[in-house]
Design a protein around this ligand. Structure first.
Ligand code: BG6
Length: 500
């Protein structure tokens, strides 16, 4: 976690979308774990606002099940659950009606009164994009979120659907709230292994001199998912992998690899350094898009010996949809450090397994003095599910002759630490309560990331059917994605990485 402080001030947490999937799978389990680790203040209240007509008992039962199934700590024990759940309240309400906000204000004022102070307020928008403005307006009009130092809003992705809508939403929110109150969440930034990229790069002298185009041949960042779109077809079909994963998670990882060392470890310096990378990413022409970006959709196949429907057969998908469930692309950062080094980014659903990996491929050793082929150094940062960093280097095989073989130096979280790894949402929610925006997206960052992907969106809009490839579920995507790597590499990294 970014901080280990415990928050002293009483805190009210309000979740819009209180009966949704995110609340059940991620938010409540994260708050529960923060409660267990005593990171929540002694006095807290969680108000869940949703449209369902749930009774108090029903929805608490649901939340209990959510923690049992999705929390890293498993089923809550009776005593802790009793204390925790006594602080959770359900309010049925429509985000489009002002009465919802009037009732909420009454609850929050009563909570302040009980605690004899104006308490911290965190408003979490776990809602579909079309409700964000109305909900923000309700908070603004009713003066519920009007104290810059105490009140925060967390906005889930997608933050807009393109540059214009993201700009519009930024302007709408910034007119009503201070930028300091806005926490645009990208949960990848809360992952332990992702936070470690900065520690690895900027606290270790040894990699710093070689972290540039003189020594690095290319970079691969791939976020492979085994899951299908499942029940999220309604959202996914108008999003696709580009908007769902590249505009946010993949570009953020690319920024962490490519950024300059920030002046200090603070929100503004770090976010400045990331924006600088995004602004230097070489823009694509329409022709570049079809040369450097591969898109594809899964067809029926088998994953883990289970049959998997094709994308077009999934729920809520338009019959002739061309939405991509796989994307691979070649990006360049036009600055002195990275000129000429391709960053290959890829992500897809229904792939053979889940693996998020960053691979830094170093160049060949300059002098060829050995008879054996020498494999160039390679650094693999494994984000999930394995959490490790490994460096591949050549070594002499013991024996009377000089023969070489690549070996690995490994650091694994499992072997090096006894501390439990918090879920990304635990870290991020605690940071919000703490008022630390380091791991959140600033408005210009979100817009700069949209600017990077806009040429792709526009090219696909212009030619909706051009080069839409297919891959069977349970395979590693279309062959064209592998060809994209040429002449830099023959394959995308998959874990475990073969040594040769
Ligand atoms: C979300 C996307 O932001 O990230 C999902 O909307 C995706 O489609 C998910 O499955 C992946 O996150 P994680 O943490 O499971 O790698």
């Amino acid at each position: 976690m970014a901080k280990h402080s415990t928050i002293q001030q009483p805190a009210a947490i309000i979740i819009f979308g209180g009966t949704g999937d995110l609340t059940k799978r991620k938010l409540i389990p994260a708050f529960y774990n923060l409660f267990l680790s005593k990171h929540l203040p002694a006095n807290f209240a969680i108000y869940l606002i949703g449209r369902n007509e749930d009774t108090n008992e029903q929805f608490k039962h649901d939340l209990f099940d959510g923690i049992t199934s999705f929390s890293r700590t498993g089923k809550p024990d009776d005593n802790n659950w009793k204390i925790f759940s006594n602080n959770i309240f359900y309010q049925q309400g429509n985000f489009l009606e002002n009465s919802t906000f009037i009732t909420l204000k009454e609850h929050l004022d009563a909570f302040d009164k009980k605690n004899k102070q104006r308490c911290l307020r965190t408003f979490y928008f776990a809602i579909a994009p079309q409700f964000i403005e109305a909900t923000a307006e309700g908070l603004y009009k009713n003066k519920i979120c009007n104290q810059v130092k105490l009140d925060r809003i967390v906005v889930e992705k997608p933050f807009g659907t393109d540059l214009a809508s993201a700009k519009k939403l930024n302007a709408f929110l910034q007119k009503r709230f201070s930028e300091k109150q806005l926490y645009r969440i990208d949960h990848y930034l809360g992952k332990e292994t992702v936070q470690n990229i900065m520690a690895f790069r900027f606290a270790n002298t040894v990699f710093s001199p070689v972290w540039n185009n003189q020594y690095i041949d290319h970079v691969q960042i791939s976020l492979s998912e085994q899951v299908s779109v499942g029940k999220r077809g309604g959202y996914y079909d108008s999003s696709g992998a580009l908007r769902d994963m590249v505009q946010n998670h993949l570009l953020q990882l690319m920024c962490l690899v490519a950024m300059e060392c920030p002046q200090k470890y603070d929100a503004e310096c770090i976010r400045n350094a990331k924006v600088a990378v995004l602004k230097k990413i070489q823009p694509f022409s329409t022709a570049d898009v079809f040369k450097n970006i591969v898109r594809a959709q899964y067809t029926a196949g088998t994953i883990n010996n289970q049959p998997q429907l094709g994308y077009l057969e999934e729920e809520n998908i338009a019959p002739a949809s061309t939405t991509e469930t796989f994307i691979a692309g070649k990006f360049f950062v036009n600055n002195t450090r990275w000129k000429g080094v391709p960053f290959f980014l890829a992500t897809g659903k229904c792939l053979p397994k889940q693996a998020s990996v960053i691979m830094i491929q170093f160049k060949d050793a300059p002098h060829k003095i050995f008879k054996d082929d020498v494999v160039a150094n390679r650094l693999v940062i494994s984000i999930q599910p394995d959490q490790e960093i490994s460096l591949l280097f050549e070594s002499k095989i013991p024996g009377v002759q000089m023969h070489l073989k690549p070996v690995e130096m490994d650091f694994t979280y499992k072997e090096s630490y006894t501390e439990a790894t918090p879920e990304a949402y635990e870290t991020l929610l605690l940071d919000v309560l703490d008022g630390d925006a380091t791991l959140f997206m600033r408005s210009d960052q979100v817009e700069a990331a949209w600017k990077v992907v806009m040429p792709i969106i526009n090219a696909w809009k212009k030619f909706p059917k051009k080069n839409v490839l297919h891959y069977a579920a349970g395979t590693w995507g279309p062959e064209a994605a592998t060809k994209l790597l040429k002449p830099f590499a023959k394959k995308w990294v998959v874990l475990p990485v073969p040594k040769k």
